[in-house]
Design a protein around this ligand. Sequence first.
Ligand SMILES: Nc1ncnc2c1ncn2[C@@H]1O[C@H](COP(=O)(O)OP(=O)(O)OP(=O)(O)O)[C@@H](O)[C@H]1O
Length: 307
Amino acid sequence: MAGPGLALPAAPRHEPEFGHDALVVCDNLVRIYQTESVEVQALQGLDLLIHEGEMVAIVGASGSGKSTLLQVLAGVDAPTAGRAQVAGHDLVDMSRGERVRFRRHVVGFVRQQSARNLVPYLTASQMVDLPMTIAGVARQERRVRSGALLESLGVAHCAERRPEQLSGGEQQRVAIAVALANRPRVLLADEPTGELDSETALEVFAALRTANLDLDTTVVVVTHDSAVSGQVARTVAIRDGRTSSEVLRSADTAEAPGVAEEYAVMDRAGRVQVPREFREALELTRRVRIALAPDHVEIRSDRGHEG
Ligand SMILES: Nc1ncnc2c1ncn2[C@@H]1O[C@H](COP(=O)(O)OP(=O)(O)OP(=O)(O)O)[C@@H](O)[C@H]1O
């Protein structure tokens, strides 16, 4: 398959394990839901690596598997097959006790419906205090941490208010503070701006950014909101339970706005999904010719050799 005269580099003898330097590793992840009559493959061999310090948006059509992925990474749901790791914790082989510790210390989770993130009869500062109390953090430290968190997320004025006394955006920012109380390595947010108007959504997004940049938390946010996905450096699209494409954005500079570039994702077996419009434009069907050029790979139609 190589073009003439091109020498292929020798494969390294000992390749490091896939994702050895990543904070979040999904390797051929599969999650099958079995209901009475049907089997739903929510994740169908998903590969994804996220490195420490990243802020990543996950997008995709309804039913593509985004929430399932987040539930697996949160340690709420167990994968059917494949490998899932967060900060070195193996989510496939985890005892009940380890799962409880993992959910308490390693990940923070924010849901779409703010009411489900909060306790109706507690004030914001009591809610932020609660996970720390359960984790055995000393009272003085709890007080300092809770005050600092509410302050940095812009909701210090809400400290003594209960959820019903907060706006939707304030509720979600308090929910982010609660999720960050035990200083998790990863903050997972599932459509955190889904119920908010666009202006309030931006405030919540700013709080996620604060968690990422100022509080050194890696952030993974599932969103339908293009205002959110349009502002992160990396957006991963999921289609049919697999990662299908990524958009990487360079940061804005004083001279020029950042540039967004879309990439197809190649899995570990070398499979790439060729976009449908490319396939249709060149009538690429079941069999294609593939050749190595000096700096790219060519895919050509096999017209004339159908069979
Ligand atoms: N507990 C469950 N039992 C059975 N099927 C499920 C369950 N949870 C999810 N599914 C199915 O798995 C697939 C993926 O669902 P998932 O909620 O992960 O998608 P999603 O991309 O988050 O969708 P949305 O954007 O609508 O929230 C869907 O077909 C869904 O119906």
